[in-house]
Ligand binder design. Structure first.
Ligand SMILES: Nc1ncnc2c1ncn2[C@@H]1O[C@H](COP(=O)(O)OP(=O)(O)OP(=O)(O)O)[C@@H](O)[C@H]1O
Ligand code: SF4
Ligand SMILES: [Mg+2]
Length: 325
């Protein structure tokens, strides 16, 4: 029998509750991540990337909630774990870093103390031991003078340094899976590259798998072996990274590739390669019938207006479109 993947997500549904109605913000999302694998989730703003990650780690808040499906870690279901057990798992088995670390860090606690807390909470270390290890953890995320910086409060650090602290906290207890939700979007371009390199190096060194989330397909394809493309709460295509560029199958993926100025195929797209996808992602309360991409899709036909396409297997992936390549 083959070993269970590290993470498997089956038919995940996330509901947005408004008054008495439940709207499926995320519907039938399925994917798996292997041990040590780096998997990317990409899509425009509002496609459901963050709520998917929050659901995996048990941090969804009202009015959003998990409405169905299964999440398994090492083959064991985790989506219905009691809060106390989920808290034990967080940081120890799965951890998460966010776009703006300030929201996740405690503003009134020195950063060294916040790192040390992980060792006390999850590994039963004494505070003395934990604070010593916090200095090492800060050094491992390449923070200069870590023995002094441990005493700093979050607001005394730059955005890049704060993100390094978040990474140190997230990786302190060697989790199996790191969820990285737009970890560099709020940072300067030069700092972005350093943070991505840090995530790549440290996760590889610790053998942690990474779910990297971004609206930037170029970044995702650089970092990840496989890519899942999300549109309006659906996983519309999943492929190995290089195939996303050489042979995108879903019209939405084609649009994302064509809107990449540097990586688009110049010969194929000619002067139009800088084209943005016309229109916007619909609100959760306003998803169209049929395929959710139909109002923006250049290939839409009658069936697209009435029938939601089922996933079709492709070599190494899948696509959800009536008229896929
Ligand atoms: N607390 C909330 N209340 C109401 N709607 C919400 C809430 N959280 C998310 N949504 C809606 O759910 C959808 C998915 O949101 P999500 O934050 O997951 O998008 P995203 O893909 O992460 O976008 P971004 O790239 O902007 O971070 C969006 O339409 C968003 O407006
Ligand atoms: S199912 Fe139809 S509307 Fe949806 S992406 Fe495919 S062609 Fe476009
Ligand atoms: Mg988001």
């Amino acid at each position: 029998m083959s070993e269970a993947p590290l993470l498997s997500v089956e038919n995940l549904r996330i509901d947005l509750a408004i008054a008495d109605a439940r709207h499926a913000a995320v519907k039938d999302v399925s994917f798996a991540i292997g041990r040590g694998e780096t998997y990317g989730l990409v899509g425009e703003s509002g496609c459901g990337k963050s709520v998917t990650a929050l659901a995996l780690i048990g941090l969804l808040k009202a009015p959003m909630s998990v409405g169905g499906g299964r999440v398994r870690l090492h083959g064991e279901e985790i989506q219905a774990l009691p809060a106390a057990q989920m808290r034990k798992l967080r940081g120890k088995k799965i951890s998460m870093i966010f776009q703006e670390p300030m929201t996740a860090l405690n503003p009134v606690s020195p950063v060294g103390r916040q790192i040390a807390e992980m060792f006390v909470l999850h590994e039963g270390a004494t505070w003395r031991e934990a604070e010593r290890r916090a200095v090492e953890a800060l050094a491992s995320v390449r923070v200069p003078a870590p023995d002094r910086r441990v005493k700093d409060f979050p607001h005394q650090l730059s955005g890049g340094m704060r993100q390094r602290v978040m990474i140190a906290i997230a990786l302190a207890c060697n989790p199996d899976l790191l969820l990285a939700d737009e970890p560099t979007t709020a940072l300067d371009v030069t700092v972005q590259a350093e943070i991505l390199e840090l995530i790549r190096d440290l996760s590889a060194a610790k053998g942690a798998a990474v779910l990297m989330i971004s609206h930037d397909l170029g970044l995702i394809a650089n970092m990840c072996a496989r890519v899942g493309v999300m549109y309006a709460g659906r996983l519309v295509e999943e492929r190995p990274s290089q195939e996303i560029f050489s042979a995108p199958s879903h019209p939405y993926t084609k649009g994302l590739v064509a809107s990449l100025p540097l990586l688009g195929d110049r010969a194929k797209h000619g002067r139009q390669r800088l084209r943005e996808i016309a229109g916007v992602v619909p609100a959760v309360t306003n998803f169209p019938a049929g395929c959710r991409f139909n109002p923006r899709c250049p290939a839409a036909s009658d069936i697209c207006l009435s029938d939601d396409p089922a996933p079709t297997q492709l070599p190494g992936g899948l696509v959800r479109c009536h008229h896929h390549d």
